[in-house]
Design a protein around this ligand. Sequence first.
Ligand SMILES: Nc1ncnc2c1ncn2[C@@H]1O[C@H](COP(=O)(O)OP(=O)(O)OP(=O)(O)O)[C@@H](O)[C@H]1O
Ligand SMILES: [Mg+2]
Length: 250
Amino acid sequence: MISARNIRKQFGGVDVLRGVSLELGKGEVIAVIGPSGSGKSTFLRCLNQLETIDRGDIEIEGEILASTDSHGICRYAPDKEARRICRKMGMVFQQFNLFPHLTVLQNIIEAPITVKGMSREAAVPLAQELLRKVGLLEKCDSHPSRLSGGQKQRVAIARALAMEPDIMLFDEPTSALDPELTGEVLRSMRQLADEHMTMLVVTHEMAFARDVSSRVIFMDGGEIVEEQPAASFFANPLQPRTRAFLNHLG
Ligand SMILES: Nc1ncnc2c1ncn2[C@@H]1O[C@H](COP(=O)(O)OP(=O)(O)OP(=O)(O)O)[C@@H](O)[C@H]1O
Ligand SMILES: [Mg+2]
């Protein structure tokens, strides 16, 4: 579903991604972990063109979003094409980014109607179904300011799903939440995984990474240091840097 090869990215002359490659298969759940500043968010943002890459290749479901030729020149698909390709991916951020002036329901139907051209008659029942799925149907007429952080994040998940993506990208979706609220968000994510959604999840929730993901990637210093099936990653990390990171977490 996602094939990223040798992705390089600099910010102000500093290498933030030093050749990151990833293959994400259909229905797979990959957890990305690593210390602050290791490039996890940047990598995720590069995949759906919230950042542009300097070098490397990105294919989404077999379609080329960006590719680099033998002279090292990186080219993107034309704008319209690129936008269409990127819409295959939904993204959930640490900060929920809901529109404060819209109700929960309005937040969810906004993009399907304005971006996808879905009719209101089709968008509303879809939004209601998604809200039921994340356990928030009764909040459909509330404004985000009346919701807890965990509820806001579940609305953000429903909003991303309303675009009917094939792949979901999560960037530390629970790290802005109080510990007692993370469980409800993780439950919604686990349910998505059980329904075989293809997911790439940057997380610091090690239990989630171990129990829900099929593979774990450890990033440090802009590179993938280690990649293993989840069970062996935690039972038998091979790289000293991975061990140090996991030990540090206790
Ligand atoms: N827009 C930007 N401009 C300049 N530097 C940036 C920008 N975005 C990220 N960086 C730098 O790139 C590096 C990687 O940042 P990134 O946010 O990808 O790390 P991260 O692994 O997601 O960290 P965290 O766990 O704290 O979220 C950091 O050194 C950061 O300061
Ligand atoms: Mg980050």
